[in-house]
Write a protein that binds this ligand. Structure first.
Ligand code: FEO
Ligand code: CA
Ligand code: CA
Ligand code: CA
Length: 736
């Protein structure tokens, strides 16, 4: 059973051909390291942070959520690595499936048959459950951030399982016979596949010891790639956004390839649009059709060379505009693009704000925070009267880490606003966008991406017109200022006590010894199975950043590496630098999330390198802080690389908590405010499938969750992405 054969992860495609060096020669003195903020733990219990103290609004009750009680020691027995087609959790815990691909979201939608015959995915759970947030509801259905018995899950549906080896185009499992893999694609198939993507809002309710989703909740909602959205911030109304759909460039259609999420301090969700570019096709002679104008440089940098084919061929569904928009070739005669979809790609690649409690509030793309392959969004610790920061990663090989600093100063009253989206306007439309440069001395700089920066003004890679052009082409601006090329920045998360920000750098097969630097210091060979050689930063790492003086608006920071992914048996001098044991070893950290109840750091993997030994997994960690470890020199014989490694974890501070079914990714993490229920997404079990084999269940790599008794199909079920809820059998706090 070969799980890596044909699937090409779109994340693996890199488009950063800038000449930025990864290794920065450094003269700057290493900044003083901050000691562990033990003294901050007490005060953090009352800090307003990332929405945790959002109090009841409309519920008639001002109670605060339970204060953060950081765990000092993990209280469960680590689970072993597993290749089983099931979810494994520690003894004393129960994992229950509650919401899977196709589950109905209205009173009248039928139960999911899971045989390829269901069609109406606008009324059902989408595919590839990903980032997720929880929002409490009072017993009478009002927003209540402290409510643990009833709430809303907002979750991304990133993509759909299909074999990307051409000519596979169809999402095999949602069609009876696997779907059509030649062009044109039938309209009915396209109409079925498009709404597999986007976002779900789904109500969940305590049901005995576990939870269930509420099929007929009035809050339930699907947002798809066709849902009308508003462009907000600097890019809105810019000439870069004009399309046949929106001739004033102020609106757009839908959200796509939503990966990580973030929860704002005012009770909304930010959903990150990640690998959106691949869904669009561009004509073979489009460079010339565009007169080789600067849009060509932008399209290339964002992954759409002329002649690029689309992932699913949706542009061939018919003459209707909803199909035409997937072809971004210049076709019209207008000067501004208002008669075709040549600018459509500029309307994707943002953090998109959704009010989970309101179906009537506008959905807003926050363009000022930059256009790239967004993952999650992590908020800085909030300080009354000071700007707030939003941290972000751009996931492709060699891409960058970004930070947004609001122009508005935080006002605690905004934690409980009458209009949540208007509050988003206040903090997420005006401000400054920065990109990170990691220095070899353990320090770093945030470089502002501003049209007033002389380097950007004089950039030779792209002629920036104004600040709208800078944010919409943030990658090109970041290239110009010499940002550090990272090993694929996936999610980021803020430590609820220290305020330090952690970023998963999932892996990088392009990293070579020549391009190693202090912040991306590993390039090595590994073997998968009997003989498959893997090279680069095979297993990934987690870097963390401490702003100088804890100031969200700081332009300098300190960093170190919290953990290096590795196999326990790997060389401790060059590979297993965090001395991971058999209970801790992991590869390709991706999802990353801190509990606001326990302070635990949850690490989720999306791996293909270590899957000969274990399916993807989730670990719990109790990290210290930047500077709690030491400088380490990696001696590659021909080159020495200095890096900074956090204190090695112990058996009490890092353990494997969960292993998923075959061919899945573990992603998305949310909890009830009491810390007693943890929601996790199992994405794409058994995704490696071809249309030719979909009729033969013996060819499926996974049958989960049907084989766990959920939904139709049993042991022969087509696999489904799904949300699980994990509870402790004694009713206690997860991880304790
Ligand atoms: Fe959707 Fe980069 O993971
Ligand atoms: Ca290996
Ligand atoms: Ca991911
Ligand atoms: Ca990933």
């Amino acid at each position: 059973m070969s799980q890596e054969i044909s699937y090409v992860d779109p994340d693996e495609i890199d488009h950063n051909n800038s000449a930025n060096e990864s290794f920065q020669s450094v003269l700057q003195a290493r900044l003083a390291r901050r000691s562990i903020l033990r003294g901050a733990i007490g005060s953090a219990a009352t800090a307003v942070f990332g929405g945790i103290t959002l109090s009841a609004c409309g519920g008639g009750d001002d109670d605060e959520p339970a204060p953060l009680k950081p765990l000092e020691k993990l209280g469960f027995t680590a689970v072993a690595k597993s290749l089983a087609d099931q979810v494994v959790v520690p003894a004393g815990y129960t994992a229950s499936v509650i919401y899977a691909l196709g589950d109905p979201l209205t009173a009248t939608a039928s139960a999911y048959k899971n045989d390829g015959s269901d069609a109406d995915f606008e009324n059902r759970a989408g595919d590839h459950h990903d980032g997720m947030e929880y929002y409490g509801l009072s017993a009478d259905g009002k927003p209540d951030a402290k409510a643990s018995a009833r709430g809303l899950l907002v979750m991304n549906h990133e993509a759909t399982s299909h074999d990307s080896k051409k000519p596979e185009l169809a999402s095999a499992f949602v069609h009876i016979n696997g779907g059509t893999n030649t062009l044109p694609r039938p309209a009915a198939e396209v109409d079925r596949e498009v709404p597999l993507h986007g976002v779900s809002v789904v109500e969940v309710k305590k049901n005995g010891a576990t939870f269930a989703y509420v099929k007929d909740s009035a809050f339930n909602r699907r947002i798809t790639p066709l849902t009308p959205v508003t462009l907000s911030g600097l890019g809105a109304g810019s000439g870069l956004m004009k399309t046949k759909y929106s001739t004033d460039g102020k609106t757009a259609r839908g959200t796509l390839n939503n990966c990580g999420t973030g929860s704002t301090p005012w009770g909304t969700t930010l959903t990150g649009e990640e690998n959106w570019a691949g869904y669009f096709t561009r004509g073979a002679a489009d460079d010339a059709a565009r007169g080789n104008d600067k849009s060509v440089a932008s399209l290339k940098r964002y992954g759409r060379n002329q002649g690029a084919a689309s992932r699913h061929g949706w542009e061939t569904g018919g003459a209707d505009d909803k199909y035409a928009r997937w072809d971004i070739s210049k076709k019209g005669a207008s000067a501004d693009g208002s008669d075709d979809y040549r600018n459509e790609l500029n309307t994707f690649g943002y953090l998109v704000e959704i009010d989970p409690y309101s179906k009537t509030s506008a959905i807003k793309k926050r363009t000022s925070l930059g256009r790239f392959a967004h993952e999650s969004a992590a908020f800085s610790k909030l300080v009354e009267g000071k700007p707030l920061a939003v941290y972000m990663g751009d996931d492709s090989r060699g891409e960058y880490i970004y930070k947004w600093v609001s122009a508005a100063n935080w006002a605690a009253a905004d934690a409980n606003p009458a209009d949540r989206i208007a509050t988003g306007d206040k903090y997420l439309d005006a401000g400054k966008l920065y990109v990170a440069k990691f220095n070899a001395d353990g320090g770093g700089e945030w470089i502002e991406l501003s049209i007033n920066n002389a380097v950007i003004k004089a950039a030779t890679n792209y002629a920036f017109a104004d600040q709208a052009d800078v944010v919409v082409n943030a990658r090109l601006a970041a290239d110009a200022v010499g940002a550090t090329k990272m090993d694929r920045p996936e999610w980021c998360a803020s430590h609820p006590v220290t305020g330090e920000v952690y970023f998963t750098l999932t892996n990088n097969s392009n990293r070579t010894l020549a391009t190693t630097d202090a912040a991306n210091p590993r390039a090595y060979d590994d073997t998968k199975g009997a003989s498959t050689k893997q090279s680069g930063n095979v297993n990934g790492h987690i870097i963390r950043v401490a702003e100088v003086a804890g100031d969200a608006a700081a332009t300098t920071f300190k960093w170190d590496v919290y953990l290096f992914g590795a196999e326990a048996g790997a060389d401790k001098e060059l590979v297993n630098l965090s001395s991971l044991t058999e209970d801790q070893d992991m590869s390709s950290p991706d999802g990353l999330w801190f509990s606001r109840a326990t302070g635990l750091c949850w690490i989720q993997t999306d791996d293909g390198a270590f899957t000969d030994k274990s399916n993807c997994m989730m670990l719990a960690g109790i990290p210290g802080s930047v500077g709690d470890g030491a400088k380490k020199t990696l001696d590659y014989t021909s080159k020495k690389v200095d890096t900074y490694i956090g204190k090695a974890p112990t058996a009490d501070t890092l353990k494997r908590f969960l292993v998923g079914p075959i061919d899945c990714e573990i992603t998305g993490c949310a909890e009830t405010p009491d810390g007693k229920a943890l929601f996790v997404n199992i994405q794409h079990p058994g995704e490696t499938i071809t249309s030719a084999t979909v009729s033969d269940p013996t060819k499926y790599l996974s049958h989960w969750p049907g084989n766990a008794g959920y939904g139709a199909g049993g042991a022969n079920a087509r696999p489904r992405s799904a949300t699980i809820v994990i509870t402790k059998n004694d009713g206690g706090v997860i991880g304790s």
